[in-house]
Design a protein around this ligand. Structure first.
Ligand code: TEU
Length: 538
């Protein structure tokens, strides 16, 4: 089987506001990313390099930043806070010189309300761009056209007094939704994709691809049959309903095939889709002929609660069974919308990291998760996230968006001034410089895992098979040709003796980074929460 670069790659997500500030304004920027590329991949043998293969940069386009860049005012430029197109071209060249691929974000569902298209659209009902967005008359008797709600709280409709109609927005009201049923919208947006692919980017992560079409009749979503309305935030209109007419419509698949064909005009580019849905619905986004997205983001390990090894094994096996023949899995443990994995997994965090980097499929690693960064409590007056304004401080995503911690200097080496979000209190000990010196740090574990994965076809492209059904130890084998790797992850609080076969194997790596050497495969001792990688072949 021939392997595409994005199958064996490890993707590193950069939230550009928080990676490195080079301009001294407390917000990260593209030059900052250039300055830190050697940390990610120096293209050589430098031991300080993490060794990831691709970066995905969250939006850096001109934006009023109401949703921190997911409200795009111009798809073909760079916000001055991040640099300009020339900085972007230098970033791309510098990354490529190191063999590092660059994936950027595409936000097709909505623009900013400052985008010239929307300014035109709302200028009058006769505007040539009126139908580029989703406008509707008030309901008979007044009020929003239907019961659709916003992910960020409140109704998904805002009234425009000047033209007497409502426009749709399933996020903040400053994110009006494009009408993808309009052929001119499709063509304009496909040209945006070409603009960046022509520039040399290696692919896109596409925001909420399951939302881009909605019911043309604007029917009410049905009430949610199971939700406890009293437990919802009073403003959570959306949570009271099932998104039958707003998400995952069947017609989205032909549209994604058309989008994919734009990528196929170029060599070797990757299309990654962000979407949520049941396993069966999710798997359809590969396309019936693998002709939609290359990688539909798989958030199951991030979103599903898991307490035991049995839970995780069930998740992985169900996912492996759902992926269509020839489709390639992927795994995400953390991103800019969710609580940090080190916080969610606690003592199981290192074993979870080992799992992410040894399962079959492309892993996406969120910046600073390699430091074991935890959620950072944000004082109420410093909260930035619009989701917190709509649904309460408990829903703030800021906790996972704080500045990268490079060293023990003020502001953790991220900036020379106070950053846009506070640096975690423990930055003097939890930072790249300290962890590079500590052979047992989280960062040391990630570097070892990445280098093992890179060198091992079994790990980076091999087959997957579960081993046994132990309640606390999640065990599996990866294999490519003659090479085999056995991964044992003890998610339980007790030590375990696990039988992984016969004969003698070689323990290559423990999550404690404190042992290696021969082991009897029929009696592998695992400490509480310990994960190990063993090769039976040495
Ligand atoms: O997120 C999509 C999404 O569904 C979010 O509602 C997410 O699940 C929620 O915020 C979690 O608390 C994407 C982006 O990743 C997110 O940052 C944007 O705010 C959103 O789209 C709108 O573009």
């Amino acid at each position: 089987m021939s392997t595409a670069w994005w199958q064996t790659a490890v993707i590193y997500q950069i939230y550009p506001r928080s990676f490195q500030d080079s301009g001294g304004d407390g917000v990260g920027d593209l030059q900052g990313i250039i300055d830190r590329l050697d940390y990610l991949n120096d293209g050589g043998e430098n031991r300080a390099s993490l060794g990831v293969d691709a970066i995905w940069i969250s939006p850096f386009y001109p934006s009023p930043m109401v949703d921190h860049g997911y409200d795009v005012a111009d798809y073909c430029d760079v916000d001055p806070i991040f640099g300009n197109l020339e900085t972007f071209d230098r970033l791309l060249a510098a990354a490529h010189a190191r063999g590092l691929k660059v994936i950027i974000d595409f936000v097709p569902n909505h623009t900013s309300d400052r985008h010239p298209w929307f300014v035109d659209s709302r200028s009058g009902r006769a505007s040539a761009k009126r139908e580029w967005y989703i406008w509707a008359d008030p309901a008979p008797g007044g009020g929003p056209p239907n019961n659709w709600g916003s992910f960020f709280g409140g109704p998904a409709w805002t009234f425009d007094a000047a033209t007497g109609q409502y426009y749709l927005h399933q996020f903040v009201k400053e994110q009006p939704e494009l009408n993808w049923r309009h052929p001119e919208v499709r063509e304009a947006m496909f040209d945006v994709i070409r603009f960046w692919l022509d520039r040399g980017v290696d692919g896109f992560r596409v925001d909420v691809i399951h939302l881009i079409l909605k019911d043309p009749e604007l029917r009410d979503n049905p009430p949610h049959p199971h939700v406890n309305v009293d437990a919802l935030h009073p403003n959570d209109v959306k949570g009271r309903t099932l998104p039958l007419y707003t998400e995952d419509l069947d017609e989205v698949h032909p549209l994604l095939r058309a989008m994919r064909s734009v990528f196929d005009e170029y060599d070797d580019r990757v299309l990654i889709g962000e979407l949520w849905g049941s396993l069966e619905r999710w798997a359809r986004y590969y396309g019936s002929d693998l002709d939609e997205v290359h990688l539909p983001f798989n958030f199951r390990l991030m979103d599903e609660p898991w307490e035991t090894a049995a839970d995780v094994r069930a998740q992985i096996e169900a996912m492996e069974a759902a992926v269509p023949p020839g489709g390639w899995p992927n795994y995400v443990l953390g991103n800019h919308d969710r609580s940090r994995p080190a916080t969610r997994f606690g003592l199981r965090g290192r074993a979870a990291a080992m799992m992410l980097l040894t399962l079959r499929g492309t892993p996406t690693l969120y910046y600073a998760d390699e430091l074991g960064m935890e959620d950072v409590p944000i004082p109420p007056e410093k909260i930035q996230d619009p989701q917190a304004r709509g649904l309460g401080a408990g829903r703030s995503r800021d906790v996972a968006r704080t500045p990268m911690q490079w060293d023990a200097s003020p502001h953790a080496g991220f900036s020379t001034v106070e950053p846009w979000l506070p640096v975690e209190a423990g930055w003097r000990v939890r930072n790249v410089a300290v962890q590079l010196e500590d052979p047992r740090s989280y960062l040391a574990l990630f570097r070892r895992l990445l280098s093992l994965r890179r060198a091992s076809p079994a790990l980076n492209r091999g087959t997957y098979a579960s081993l046994g059904n132990h309640p606390d130890v999640f065990a599996y084998r990866r294999q490519a040709g003659e090479e085999r790797m056995i991964i044992l992850l003890n998610f339980g609080k007790e030590g375990q003796v696990f039988s992984a076969g016969k004969g003698v194997g070689w323990l290559l790596l423990s999550t404690g980074l404190d042992r290696e050497g021969p082991v009897s495969l029929d009696r592998v001792w695992l400490r509480p929460y310990e994960g190990v990688i063993i090769t039976p072949d040495r």
